[in-house]
Design a protein around this ligand. Structure first.
Ligand SMILES: *[C@@H]1O[C@H](CO)[C@@H](O)[C@H](O)[C@H]1NC(C)=O
Ligand SMILES: *[C@@H]1O[C@H](CO)[C@@H](O)[C@H](O)[C@H]1NC(C)=O
Ligand SMILES: *[C@@H]1O[C@H](CO)[C@@H](O)[C@H](O)[C@H]1NC(C)=O
Ligand SMILES: *[C@@H]1O[C@H](CO)[C@@H](O)[C@H](O)[C@H]1NC(C)=O
Ligand SMILES: *[C@@H]1O[C@H](CO)[C@@H](O)[C@H](O)[C@H]1NC(C)=O
Ligand SMILES: *[C@@H]1O[C@H](CO)[C@@H](O)[C@H](O)[C@H]1NC(C)=O
Length: 751
């Protein structure tokens, strides 16, 4: 039952508790995209997706909203902006001119003039048709050459998956012709054969295209049309951009001023399954020349290429070590004229995740993790101090946004920026950043008109610290359940420990639909989200402490975090501790199984976790990952794999566990989950297996609902005040002394 926000608080009393964030509310909550500022900074586009569980439909609406002018910004406007629905179910929206939004609906591009009176904007009307695209295209960007009204031109850049001939128009015909054979047989002469959740089709790759558009004037009407054929900018090369599986429009940049597209692509000279090396390339926007390689040498991955507004400089992020997917990203600044590249912030102990030039071209904005927040920094780049040795440590950085989860920044050519930012308690909202005053003005309130409005989220989550492995200060979040009162000794709460994946990852102050900590708290758990050794955002030392120590420092940090909570909070019950995690978190759960002699954890949930470190090396898609984490390939460096292999400790497995696997999880294939389940069943340990038709992540909304329901039920059952003891009697008991559980020595059973 839903309580009305209009009722006076007194009448609500104790009998009608406010609704909390249950899994159904979570999956039906709005899923906002990023804010895209118009070239003149008058408005922004914002798409919001949603799921309706009663009709089982997914829909989206593209909205437009006004942006404050500099003047408004100075006056401290606190009004939220009205969201004007532009069109339903469109994708890939962008501004094609200062007044017109363009987007794609089922392979057709449309345009809508947003300067007309609001009452005439009908979101059910797709708009003016521009043209049909012969294949599925993604990651659109436009090099704006259209100036205001009337006639004009623009150049569109997008990506599409094509075969060796590079042709966009033949893709669908060839896919159809080969579909039946492909479903029966797949043939490979090289790895990788699969990536993330997809079988790779040899010879097929994502490439970048450019397409000119013209605007014709017919009387009072103007219309955009495709002018000519799309040009494959990477034709005849083995380059692939954006880089799968997560590459998107941030993998490339366009500059009308420079007449260039800059992009990152895997080095085609080395095998992508065991190299992370990505070079930066540039290619003329008109495809008149072949791509030119900008970076050289044995580097790691590159990302986030961006042109300066005048088109004279190119900046990007670069990792030094090939093979290490989580190496520190260092800012590179390249002068396109002199062809010199400078490295900035080489001594800074943080790793930015994206960059963009400020409109003045004199500063770079950097987004990155710092102690469980995703911050925004500004770095002066034309200032010579920045390049001096003394300031390589970040002393010239200014922190612009220090709390929350910055997702995206879109700078406005005339100054200022639109920021997309979420928090642990709210999906993303849009904010306007006034460049002069650094003032952040809230433009939207996503929860206000959604079913999240009025939910009781409980006390604010907050960060805590404790002493972890080797005496280091270690951090985590406490997410208290609704109704929690620290000083009420009559309360008694179960403790849920969430363990993130990676291992190079972190629990941030941002919103996620998967592993949403607030949803676990709402289910009645005193929830902690720990950032043990390996976690990002605390500097290189903490992050790299995980290498070659998977069940070592991180496992110590997890247990120490739990003990810290039990010692600090009187009303958290030491007899009702449970834990859950995915990927590396799932590995940690399987490791806990073998090392839970004191019975600290009463119930466990492992999602797509490693059962055997050796088996996963031999079956995973990205071989560089285990190679780097465990110190080499197993036929040479077997020791690291053996030492941290959960499979070696199955003789200790006695804790009730729910195990979850994905049929299309090619990172940690379903056999890992099945192996865990076989072991638990054979040993008579209470256990359950869920196999989803999903990849490494549960994405489909119905699957997500089932996932939360099952995980919460399992955790509740084994953290109940009356735990189901009888079932536990079925489990075989093994003398712990028989099993080596040394996590500090080098002992392992050799065959
Ligand atoms: C789902 O759709 C139904 C029917 O259109 C509507 O009544 C209901 O409010 C929708 N639910 C949500 C959460 O939007
Ligand atoms: C959007 O698409 C969904 C399903 O794909 C459909 O049910 C819904 O009616 C569409 N919405 C509009 C307004 O066209
Ligand atoms: C958009 O509509 C406005 C108002 O009708 C008009 O003045 C303007 O010329 C139109 N813009 C374009 C690019 O057609
Ligand atoms: C790619 O290059 C080949 C050979 O030069 C040419 O025949 C083909 O038309 C080009 N395709 C595209 C889409 O540009
Ligand atoms: C960076 O180096 C400068 C000069 O050596 C020093 O003054 C400053 O304190 C350092 N800043 C940080 C953040 O370490
Ligand atoms: C750790 O937490 C304590 C207590 O909340 C706080 O006073 C202290 O500043 C924190 N220490 C660090 C290093 O963050």
């Amino acid at each position: 039952m839903r309580t009305s926000v209009l009722l006076p608080a007194l009448t609500l009393a104790a009998s009608v508790a406010a609704k909390t964030l249950d899994p159904l509310s979570l999956i039906q909550a709005p899923r906002p995209g990023v804010g895209i500022a118009s070239p003149t900074g008058h408005a922004a586009l914002w798409a919001i997706r949603s799921w309706n569980q009663s009709t089982l439909t997914r829909s989206s609406t593209l909205y437009a909203l006004h942006l404050p002018t500099h003047h408004d910004a100075a006056e401290q406007s606190s009004e939220l902006e009205e969201l004007v629905p532009v069109v339903h179910n469109a994708t890939s929206a962008f501004w094609i001119s200062p007044e017109e939004a363009a987007y794609i609906i089922e392979d057709v591009m449309y345009v809508k003039n947003l300067s007309i009176s609001q009452q005439y904007i009908d979101p059910r009307d797709p708009g003016a048709r521009v043209g049909h695209l012969p294949a599925e295209v993604t990651s659109l960007r436009v090099a704006r050459t259209a100036k205001g009204q009337g006639e004009g031109t623009a150049t569109l850049v997008f990506s599409a998956e094509v075969y060796e001939d590079g042709s966009l128009s033949d893709v669908k015909a060839r896919d159809d012709a080969e579909a039946e054979e492909w479903s029966r047989v797949k043939s490979y002469e090289n790895v990788p054969i699969r990536h993330w959740n997809k079988w790779l089709k040899p010879g097929k790759r994502s490439q970048l295209f450019s397409l000119d558009l013209t605007r014709n004037k017919k009387g009072y009407e103007t219309s955009w049309l495709f002018a000519g054929e799309p040009k494959n900018l990477l034709n005849g090369t083995r380059l692939e951009a954006p880089v799968p599986p997560f590459g998107d429009e941030s993998d490339y940049a366009v500059s009308a001023e420079a007449g260039l597209v800059a992009f990152t692509a895997k080095d085609p000279a080395v095998n992508a399954a065991w190299h992370t090396r990505q070079h930066i390339y540039t290619v003329p926007l008109d495809g008149s020349e072949a791509p030119r390689q900008i970076t050289q040498g044995d580097i790691g991955a590159t990302s986030s290429p961006e042109f300066s507004p005048d088109g004279n400089h190119l900046a990007w992020l670069q990792m030094a070590r090939d093979g290490f997917e989580s190496d520190v990203r260092v800012v590179q600044l390249h002068n396109l004229e002199t062809k010199e590249t400078e490295q900035l912030l080489t001594q800074w102990d943080r790793s930015p995740s994206s960059l963009s030039f400020a409109p003045d071209g004199e500063n770079l904005y950097l987004v990155g993790e710092d102690r469980e927040q995703i911050k925004l920094w500004r770095l002066p780049v034309l200032d010579k101090r920045t390049q001096s040795e003394a300031s390589q440590n970040g002393s010239t950085l200014e922190t612009v946004i220090r709390a929350g989860g910055v997702g995206f920044i879109d700078t406005i050519p005339g100054g200022g920026a639109v920021i997309t930012k979420s928090s642990m308690r709210s999906p993303a909202d849009l904010f306007y950043l006034s460049e002069k005053s650094d003032k952040l003005i809230r433009l939207t309130d996503i929860t206000k008109n959604s079913l999240l409005h009025g939910l009781d989220l409980g006390p604010e989550p907050y960060r805590f610290n404790y002493t972890g492995a080797e005496g280091r200060t270690t951090y985590g979040w406490i997410i208290p359940p609704p109704g929690y009162d620290r000083y009420d000794k009559s309360q008694s709460w179960p403790l849920l420990t969430l363990i993130h994946g990676g291992p190079e990852g972190s629990w941030e102050n941002n919103w996620n639909v998967r592993w949403n900590p607030e949803t676990f708290a709402a289910a009645g758990f005193f929830t902690i989200a720990l950032d043990p050794a390996g976690s990002t955002g605390f500097g290189k030392k903490h992050q790299e402490d995980i290498l070659g120590s998977w069940g070592g420092r991180a496992f110590y940090d997890i247990r120490a975090g739990v003990h810290h909570i039990l010692q600090t909070f009187d009303n958290v019950d030491a007899e009702r501790v449970v834990a859950a995690g995915a990927s590396f978190g799932g590995y940690s759960i399987n490791w806990i199984q073998g090392h839970n002699e004191d019975g600290l954890f009463k119930g466990l949930v492992s999602h797509d976790g490693v059962f055997s470190t050796l088996a996963t090396f031999y079956s995973t898609d990205e071989l560089y990952f285990p190679e780097f984490e465990f110190g080499g390939v197993p036929w040479i460096a077997r020791e690291g794999y053996e030492r941290w292999n959960p499979e070696r400790f199955t003789g200790n497995w006695n804790t009730p566990q729910l195990t979850i696997a994905g049929r299309d999880d090619f990172r940690l294939p379903e056999s890992e989950g099945i192996s865990v389940f076989n072991t638990l069943q054979r040993r008579g340990v209470p256990s359950k297996l869920l196999v989803f038709q999903e990849g490494h992540w549960v994405v489909d909304e119905r699957n997500s609902l089932r996932w939360y329901t099952e995980v919460i039920d399992w955790l509740k059952k084994y953290s109940a005040e009356q735990a189901p003891e009888s079932e536990l009697l079925m489990a075989e008991t093994v003398d712990a002394a028989e099993v080596d559980d040394s996590s500090s020595g080098l002992l392992f059973q050799q065959q």
